[in-house]
Design a protein around this ligand. Sequence first.
Ligand SMILES: Cc1cc2nc3c(=O)[nH]c(=O)nc-3n(C[C@H](O)[C@H](O)[C@H](O)COP(=O)(O)OP(=O)(O)OC[C@H]3O[C@@H](n4cnc5c(N)ncnc54)[C@H](O)[C@@H]3O)c2cc1C
Length: 414
Amino acid sequence: MHFDVIVIGGGAAGLMCAATAGQQGKRVALLDHANKMGKKILMSGGGRCNFTNMYLEPSNYLCSNPHFCKSALSRYTEWDFIELVNRYQINYHEKTLGQLFCDNKANDILQMLFAECDKGKVKRITDCTISSVARRDESDRNQVDAGNKNGTDADENRFNLETSCGKFSCASLVIASGGLSIPTMGASGFGYQIAEQFGLKLLPRRASLVPFTLSGKWLEKLQPLAGVAIDCTLSCDSAGRKIAFNEAMLFTHRGLSGPAVLQISNYWQLGQPVEFDFLPSDNITALINEWREQGNKQELKNLLAQKLPKRFVSIWLSEEIMTKPVQQLSVADITKLEQDFHHWKIIPSGTEGYRTAEVTLGGIHTDEVSSKTFEAKKVPGLYFVGEVLDVTGWLGGFNFQWAWASGYCAGLSV
Ligand SMILES: Cc1cc2nc3c(=O)[nH]c(=O)nc-3n(C[C@H](O)[C@H](O)[C@H](O)COP(=O)(O)OP(=O)(O)OC[C@H]3O[C@@H](n4cnc5c(N)ncnc54)[C@H](O)[C@@H]3O)c2cc1C
């Protein structure tokens, strides 16, 4: 079967790319090895898909070249996607920090993308395992050109694919196979293998937007807090800069999770400490002084329980400090409280890995592809879009916006 464009991977970026190319009049096939397309869209945002973010900035992305994402994000913006969502009369709301979620279900977004693909007459094929991708090299193509009496363009058959659904050929091949997170949802290293096959540079990959695991005495101490959530500020050093996020964190049976932890995991390196401020909008010394001035005689634990979950306060403080009336706290006690509430540091033993990570950090080096068209500089006709590239967004709709924007730009260019 011959197509102008074949897109491998029917996730967020692949669907957007295929729909855009199809609507430009290209004959497009979208192939996926899974039994359904868009599985991550369906499970995203707790089933409601946080499909974009209204306060998007290029600085919300991590990439070895911080300028790489700017072009696509400005050519297909969050407002373009919101306009598409409005056109399909999908209701949505802002949850927090500009994050837009469907009122109903993530499936609304997937059905919208399918409808956009149908508009472009995209042939969608699932359960299709790709066993090989071959590119006609330049010398083969010159021979074909020389013997080509009809004058058809040899570039038309630039790529040949062997698959479980038969043989395919195409002029442009788009790799939108995503990253490695959640293998049970169809994630694979396919895109990285193709990059290697064609001699493109790869950056090391790791699970990100992922919970931290703890071990030893800290796991033992904190396990009873599983299920407790606290608004706090988390920070760590990254390339000589202090990175901080002020959001909720959650204690779990295995360690630490919640939005603030997932956000900082994008910047964290194994072996590095993470600092927690559990009272980011207060100052514990000032609070204690205030309580004292008010003549308050209560124990510290009761006063702090007005500010923090009771279960947390009872475990966090040593029995000795916890039961002291606030008037009797010594200077040393207050110094310790400052440390434990505003500057608590821990070195996580690791992360939960690809099993629960939302994204893969790293990937195909962006030096290898055009930031405008997403075509590989060394391999004409080969494109890479979405998460397979070394572009990772913060939590909050940024990763989908990258998928929509890169897919759209490549779709215009193929
Ligand atoms: C649990 C979870 C929740 C998330 N929530 C959000 C959210 O609310 N907002 C947000 O912005 N981001 C969210 N993300 C991240 C977001 O889902 C991804 O960044 C985004 O889906 C990447 O799009 P993609 O098209 O590059 O890859 P994917 O969406 O992963 O699509 C890749 C596709 O390629 C297919 N594929 C893989 N290998 C092969 C192969 N060998 N052959 C054929 N097909 C193949 C897969 O089956 C899949 O359909 C979430 C991720 C997870 C895991």
